[in-house]
Design a protein around this ligand. Structure first.
Ligand code: NAP
Length: 270
């Protein structure tokens, strides 16, 4: 296999689990050295072992994305330990499933704090470095929930729509700077984040490696936006552009919301 990221150095937030973990392994397979950022050191070390098994360097960095100064220190450490940085994957995030009428403001703020402001802490930590060297790629894991609101995810949807809007503007403002901005929009993926959600057969959970491949593709091909999986997600966004009633109906008849099982939710705003 041709290694499309050979010699590149990447940092990934939320690398201890799910999509971040899959992206770390995928990037290592593509030849990149990787800085793995999250709060759980034990799980980060497990992912580091997978990266090293691919013959690449792995640096483990314990940091919380809600801590702006901590993220600046994490980026500095990644640059120092890897000898530079070419890719930053803003991926850490939490999820909350709760009807809008029952949400508390502190839950909504927590979602914004981690999923939106946490992502911006990463952007502002790495952007000066990328602008200075006139190159680099910032790719974020948004969500199809940042394109079309699906019940009962109002708090999460709000944070992902905010992220989508910010990155669309950032991308346009950085045109010509040498810095690439990519947004990846996954639909439901089989990760611990939604282990407590069952999805109908017609819209099954995908393999997180599908998202990892999209992140790599975004970096390599300088893609602006990638929907995962492509066909069904584009169908929903086209339907939404045509008529909100049509896309609401598609969400309803395909039971895209899914149902809750008895697995304990993780990383939630309680
Ligand atoms: N799974 C899906 O269906 C799906 C669909 C669309 C988008 N997404 C998005 O994809 C991203 C990854 O989600 P996932 O499904 O892979 O979930 P996951 O398996 O629960 O992983 C979430 C990751 O985020 C990290 N994290 C959470 N809060 C953090 C904080 N305050 N500071 C630093 N790291 C933090 C967690 O690590 P620690 O606990 O070790 O800190 C973990 O590594 C999220 O942004 C999510 O919203 C997921």
């Amino acid at each position: 296999m041709k290694q499309r990221l050979l010699g590149k150095k990447a940092a990934i937030t939320g690398a201890s689990s799910g999509i971040g973990r899959a992206t770390a392994v995928r990037m290592a397979k593509e030849g990149a050295d990787v800085a793995l950022i999250a709060r759980n050191l034990k799980r980060l070390e497990e992912v580091a072992a997978l990266v090293r098994a691919e013959g690449r360097r792995a640096v483990v960095i314990e940091a919380d994305v809600t801590d702006a100064e901590g993220m600046k220190a994490a980026v500095a450490e990644a640059i120092r330990e890897l000898g530079g940085l070419d890719v930053f994957h803003c991926n850490a995030g939490i999820y909350l499933r709760c009807p809008a009428k029952d949400l508390r403001m502190d839950q909504i703020r927590k979602l914004m704090e981690v999923d939106y402001f946490g992502c911006l802490n990463c952007v502002y930590a790495v952007l000066p470095y990328f602008l200075e060297k006139k190159s680099g790629s910032i790719v974020t894991t948004c969500s199809m929930d940042g394109k079309k609101g699906v019940p009962p995810d109002a708090a999460y949807v709000g944070a992902k729509f905010a992220m989508n809007g910010f990155f669309q503007v950032l991308r346009q403002e950085l045109r010509g700077s040498g810095v690439h901005v990519g947004i990846v929009y996954p639909s439901r993926m089989d990760t611990p984040q939604i282990a407590h959600v069952d999805c109908p057969k017609i819209t099954p959970k995908g393999d997180p490696d599908m998202v990892a491949r999209a992140v790599v593709r975004s970096v390599v091909k300088k893609k602006k936006e990638l929907l995962v999986p492509s066909f069904s997600c584009h169908l929903l966004t086209w339907a939404d552009a045509l008529s909100p009633s049509l896309s609401d109906w598609l969400v309803r008849v395909n039971r895209i919301s899914g149902t809750v099982n008895d697995v304990e939710p993780i990383n939630e705003a309680k």
